[in-house]
Design a protein around this ligand. Structure first.
Ligand SMILES: C[S@@+](CC[C@H](N)C(=O)[O-])C[C@H]1O[C@@H](n2cnc3c(N)ncnc32)[C@H](O)[C@@H]1O
Length: 209
């Protein structure tokens, strides 16, 4: 007989096994992060990148996404990456180290673009996880709000946003705001995202303003 306890144990095992699977695959493929698989999955479902476009990657360290994107946009595209933490250089990726809560850092980002708008903004930013949802979720939403502000300044009309956010209190309100700003919005949970994690990815296309 399968008891509730043993079923829960099997599910836990399955989750950790699956997580390990992506860690191992990332190691084998010499990738910088297991997050790489999440973006590859989103590219497959949502066709986000093409040669020649410009992309801003927020919360980029250690650089898995930036490396993925720079290959997709090719020599005629460009990628600007930003993180509080340092990131080892990636050819053709301009890296800005700084906290996006700091207006001075945001200003440097805008100056780098020299009034040019970008086609795609990515945010895999994650707050420092406390393990307490009443702390982690508002922090994640706060980062999401920061990204909305950045979109208003540098995302071109028709542009795309891919953003990680934690589900919970405040999520629906945030989603409503995103829906009002973009013409098409999807919620994705890529295979490589741990089922135990509250994170989901918002894929928003067709920026309106
Ligand atoms: C999950 S990691 C990103 C992984 C990355 N996408 C990759 O594939 O390598 C989240 C990152 O968000 C960054 N981050 C969190 N808050 C930030 C902030 N306020 N400004 C800049 N970066 C931030 C963290 O330092 C961390 O490196």
């Amino acid at each position: 007989m399968v008891t509730h306890r043993s079923a829960a144990k099997s599910i836990r095992w399955l989750h950790s096994h699956r997580a390990d699977y992506y860690v191992k695959r990332a190691f084998k493929k010499h990738l910088r992060s297991r997050s790489w698989f999440k973006l590859a999955n989103l590219q497959f479902t949502d066709s986000l990148f093409k040669p020649g476009i410009s992309v801003v990657d927020l919360g980029s360290a250690p650089g898995g996404w930036s490396k993925y994107v720079v290959n997709k946009v090719g020599k005629n595209g460009f990628v600007i990456a930003c993180d509080i933490l340092p990131m080892k250089p990636i050819p053709r990726v301009y890296f800005l180290q700084g906290d996006l809560n700091d207006n001075k850092v945001i200003k440097i980002l805008y100056n780098l673009l020299n009034n040019k708008k970008v086609q795609v903004i990515l945010s895999d930013m994650s707050p420092n996880i406390s393990g307490k949802s009443e702390i982690d979720i508002p922090r994640s939403i706060h980062l999401g709000e920061l990204v909305i502000h950045i979109c208003a300044n540098i995302l071109e009309v028709g542009g795309y946003l891919v953003l990680k956010i934690f589900q919970g209190e405040g999520f629906e309100k945030y989603l409503c705001c995103i829906r009002s700003l973009f013409t098409k919005v999807e919620i994705r949970k890529p295979d490589a995202s741990r089922l135990s994690s509250r994170e989901v990815y918002i894929v928003a296309k067709g920026y309106k303003i």
